[in-house]
Write a protein that binds this ligand. Sequence first.
Ligand code: LHQ
Length: 245
Amino acid sequence: METIQVERHNGVGWLKWNRPEKLNALNETLLREARQALGQLEADESVRVIVLIGEGRAFSSGQDLTIESDADYGTYLEDVYHPLVRALSDCQKPIIAGIHGVVAGAGLSLALAADVRLVARSTKFSSAFIKIGLVADAGGPYHLRRLMRQDVALDWMWSGSTIDAERAEAFGLVTELIEDEAYLARLTAYAETLAAKSPTAVQGMKALLRESSFEDGLAQEVHWQRECGKTEVHQRAMQAFLSKK
Ligand code: LHQ
C-alpha cells in the first residue's frame, strides 16, 4: 500500500497513516487503503486489538486540501469517508487511537471513532473545519455529541480554535494523557495488555457498552455472558478461585 503501513506484533495490528510529509493529510487513496487495511486486520485471527497512529510529527492534519475545487463534498463523503467511518464503527475488535503532534478536521473525526484515545501531552487538537467555512464531518459530530457537552462542543466547533491536550482531556476526548517521552512505550503496553485478555470478554464488553435500548442491552448481555462463560480463560479463573478455598 502507498499511504498506509500495517504491522502486526504480539496480537496488535498497527494501522499507520503514512504521508508524513503532508502531516498525514487524508486523501482518497489513503482513505480507501485504510478501509482495506482495516478489513484485513479484522479478518486476521492473530490480531486482537487494532491501533490507529500517524507516521511522522502528526496524527493527521485532516482532509487533504489539494482536493479538486469542483468536487461535490457530499458525494465524496458518501463514497470515500463513510465506508471507512462505518467500518471503524462496526469493528468488533477494540480500536485504540494513538494521537500525537497535531490532530485536525477529519483526522480528529477518525480519532473520535476509536474506542479509546491515548494522547501524547504536546498534542494540539484543531477543530479546523469552520476556518475554511465547513461543518465537521466524517462522523465527528456524532462522536462529539456522544463524548462532550453539546454547548461546549458547539462553542469549540464555532470558534475553530486549536486546544491543547489538557483541555481536550477536560472535554472528555482523551482516555489517557501520556508524557511525550513515554508515549509510544505506553501505547504499546496498553495495546499488548489488552490483546492478552480474553478476546470474547474484551469484544463482548465493547458490544455491551455501545448505545442500545435497555431491552437490547439485556439481550446482548445474555449472549455475551453465555459465550464468556464457556471460554477456557473463565473456566481456569473459576478453578483457581475455588482451589484456594
Ligand atoms: C497539508 C494539510 C492538509 C494538504 C498540512 N492538506 N496538505 C474537508 C474537505 C472536503 C471534504 C471532506 O471533509 C473535509 C473536512 C476537513 O478535514 S477540513 C480540515 C482540513 N484540515 C485543515 O484545515 C488543516 C490544514 N493544515 C494546517 O492548518 C497546518 O498544516 C497544521 C496546523 C495542521 C500544521 O501546521 P504546521 O506544523 O505549520 O505544518 P505545515 O502547515 O507547514 O504543514 C506541513 C506540510 O503538510 C505542508 O506541505 P509542504 O509541501 O509545504 O511542506 C502543508 O501544506 C502540508 N499539509 N495539512 N490538510
